[in-house]
Design a protein around this ligand. Structure first.
Ligand code: HEC
Length: 602
């Protein structure tokens, strides 16, 4: 168990005073009382916090509105203060009317229709020809049902659809199996932390193991038919591990990518920055046993000498893997893309695309596009050597019209790369589609239809509020960011550019388009921070359909629903329906807690 005590277990342990190493009251006095004991207009007073469940407070610290305050706290401190403040009660119980009359989940041997994992298949193109929605129907898309994640301020789980069941995680860690027809609930499994990865379902005799990960470092195997936990393990022991990328799957083995929030945590000057290394771990889907593990930095972190220009006290570190690995069964390779380094020394596989042997995890080749990119909280004040140009999204494998294959990768720099998988990732072309930066460029992913690749950019810029003392999340600049570019995959040439649409007058408005995009023949969908989901013609980029998700909803489960910013996982289009999350209370975005289901009106 070591450091990774779940909060349920902690609640039991904490009834024995000597077992709790950290005092929740002390953490509260030091880190929370300054605001919550002297509650201003928008701050809930301590008494209000005391009505919340322990799990709800943990969620608020891990991913909710307090993320900017809590980043300095360790897991033990978070658990201690949540237990000190909150009440122990079952979290977000499902109202009985939310359940389906028939709760059987039957996904069959080869589920159809299907949107699998990040995908919709192993090549991660985010393009499907079997969505059941045609170009002509896109203008007639209407909201069919909405589902709300109880008590959440963000809605960011990537949906997976297998037959008539949709599996999706939530910021509160509730993983649910819903009916795609009505949004009624088949089962809910409560994970220990926020779940944003898509799920992969691996056959296991007559049933399936559903594998997913959470933002506190756990990977789970749950029976897809019942929601029963089969196994749970931490593929990477570092306590800042953040698992955002969906697993890839091959032959009963899942490949789990690991990233980290150490880059943010290191803004606490007491924190020894930095010791996390990105990795991919191969686990047997059946029982979670490890097959292999490969780090993106070969050398183990050690204490470093503080000299002019050095960053941090420990290193090397970083090169996290944020996106889902991409499987190339033909070559027996797994492609991943990495983030920046957090501390000195810079390494040769940060901001890189890597090819790993599927069987062993051996690194076959790596291609670095931005060397020397060291960036973390330790050097805030603009003194970091690096520009913070992570690869956050998955690599796409695509077939050119001439039959040759290429890899496509979009970076936070705002540059899209095409690499040659047959020549160790040699760069075939590169095209700039955005300005780039910490909240810039390609964030969550592109889509490719075999002719063109569609890259939406964030380029969100935060605007300081004049005179504000505590800047818990600056609002975005309404005049900066966004835009969608179509590039010809054979040569990187720009085919069209759809300029960002002016955003509304609300104080939190931004036209940035950080969410992953999704394409079907003739249409590409892109969401923006202002809450609009738009469909663009792949021919010329004209807008075919526009839906503002930032409003209130009556929901299938009876929980009050509210839409907000679109960020993170993009739309999933399958079985004649389009599913999308709305609400993202970070990076200047607007909160919300809904999963929306659209279908063309007859
Ligand atoms: C800098 C001031 C500040 C500090 C420090 C602070 N908070 Fe908050 N907290 C706020 C504000 C403001 C809100 C309301 C935010 C909103 O609703 O947008 C809030 C909201 C919350 C909520 C959500 C309440 C709800 O309705 O869901 C929780 C839980 C919470 N804080 C816990 C904590 C804990 C625990 C700490 C200490 C670790 C802490 N806060 C430290 C200002 C602060």
């Amino acid at each position: 168990m070591k450091k990774a005590i779940t909060f349920t277990l902690f609640a039991i342990l904490s009834s024995f005073p000597c077992a709790a190493a950290v005092s929740g009251e002390a953490v509260y006095q030091k880190r929370c009382a300054g605001c919550h004991d002297h509650a201003g207009e928008s701050t809930p007073p301590r008494d209000t916090l005391k009505q919340l469940s322990v799990a709800r407070i943990m969620r608020t610290l891990d991913f909710g509105v307090m993320i900017n305050v809590a980043y300095v706290l360790s897991r033990e401190e978070r658990e201690a203060v949540a237990n000190y403040l909150g009440v122990e009660r079952p979290d977000a119980p499902v109202p009985s009317q939310a359940y389906c009359a028939d709760r059987t989940v039957n996904i069959g041997a080869s589920p159809s229709p299907a949107w699998k994992g990040w995908g919709p298949d192993l090549s991660n193109t985010r393009y499907t020809t079997t969505s059941g929605i045609t170009l002509d129907q896109v203008g007639k898309l209407k909201l069919k049902w909405a589902y709300a994640f109880e008590g959440d301020v963000s809605s960011f789980g990537a949906p997976t659809v297998l037959g008539h069941t949709l599996f999706v995680g939530s910021a509160g860690g509730a993983v649910q199996a819903l009916s795609t027809d009505s949004g009624c609930v088949h089962w809910v499994y409560q994970a220990s932390g926020p779940v944003r990865t898509a799920m992969v379902a691996v056959p296991n005799g007559k049933t399936h193991v559903l594998v997913f990960s959470d933002l506190t470092g756990w990977t789970y195997g749950v029976e897809a038919e019942t929601g029963r936990l089969l196994w749970k393990k931490k593929p990477e022991p570092h306590d800042t591990t953040r698992l955002t990328g969906s697993a890839a799957v091959h032959d009963g083995v899942v490949f789990v990518p690991a990233a980290s929030w150490e880059e943010t945590r290191s803004s606490n000057p007491e924190y020894p920055c930095c010791t996390f290394r990105g990795s991919v771990t191969a686990l047997r889907a059946k029982d979670g046993t490890e097959v292999w593990k490969t780090y993106t930095i070969r050398e183990k972190p050690h204490e470093i000498e503080k000299i002019a220009g050095s960053v941090g006290t420990w290193g090397p570190s970083g090169a996290g893997v944020w996106g889902s690995p991409t499987l190339d069964a033909k070559r027996g390779l797994l492609y991943i893309a990495t983030g920046d380094n957090f501390s000195t020394p810079a390494t040769d596989m940060s901001d890189s695309v890597l090819a790993l042997e599927v069987k062993t995890g051996r690194i076959v080749w790596s291609k670095q596009v931005t060397p020397g990119d060291i960036f973390s909280g330790v050097c805030s004040g603009g003194k970091c050597p690096g520009p913070d140009y992570d690869f956050g999204s998955s690599v796409i494998i695509e077939k050119l019209p001439n039959g040759r294959e290429i890899l496509l990768a979009g970076q936070k720099s705002g540059v899209v790369y095409a690499l040659d998988p047959d020549h160790k990732g040699e760069i075939l072309w590169q095209t700039r589609v955005g300005k780039g930066g910490t909240n810039g460029g390609v964030q969550w992913g592109m889509a490719s239809d075999g002719q063109k690749v569609y890259a939406a950019v964030s380029d969100l810029v935060r605007k300081p509020v004049p005179g504000a003392v505590v800047q818990v999340g600056l609002p975005p600049d309404p005049t900066q960011g966004g835009g969608l570019t179509a590039l010809r995959i054979s040569n990187g040439e720009k085919v069209w550019y759809a300029a960002p649409q002016p955003c509304g007058t609300s104080p939190k408005c931004s036209p940035a388009q950080p969410a992953a995009v999704t394409a079907i023949p003739g249409v590409v969908f892109s969401g923006s921070v202002d809450g609009h989901l738009r469909a663009f013609a792949t021919e010329d980029g004209r807008v075919l359909w526009d839906f503002n998700t930032a409003r209130d909803y009556q929901t299938a489960n009876g929980v009050p629903g509210k839409g907000g910013s679109l960020d993170g996982a993009g739309p999933v289009i399958v079985g004649g329906m389009l599913f999308v999350n709305s609400g993202y209370a970070r990076n200047g975005g607007s909160p919300g807690n809904v999963l929306l289901a659209f279908a063309p009106e007859e």
